[in-house]
Design a protein. Sequence first.
Length: 137
Amino acid sequence: MGIDQCRLIDLPKILDARGNLTFIESGRHLPFEIKRVYYLYDVPGGSERGGHAHKSLHQFLIAMSGSFDVILDAGRGRQRFHLNRSYYGLYIPPMVWRELDNFSSGSVALALASEFYDEDEYIRDHEAYLEAVRAGR
Ligand code: T46
């Protein structure tokens, strides 16, 4: 698993004069089963979130409102994604370092995750992360 598996995924979009509708079915539209949903909101301008990798967690990030950037780093260079629509998102497999910044005013970042919250599953130290990547863990 690594940055090569990271990708933008388009979600189904039902266009309707009453307003559009998008849906996500666990294990069908995403390459994992969804166990947890969380979201970032009321993010002050200039904030940075993330700054960690997950050992085993698969994740999908969507800009439900407004926009933000996700910077991915798997130890071989960084890649920046700008998320600004609610009908697509960014899939991030395990062992990819992520940072989030450039939040627009009123933005809401939705995260769908493959596991329940477990702090032991995070790598929050960048040097430790690079060491784990080098060791092929
Ligand atoms: C990620 C980015 C996009 C919980 O108690 N339960 C949860 O499900 C989550 C996600 C967090 N927390 C606690 C742990 C910390 O005490 O909430 C606090 C803030 O979490 P953190 O500093 O990890 O927040 P972010 O925005 O830096 O990272 C979060 C997710 O943790 C992470 O999986 O990829 O959003």
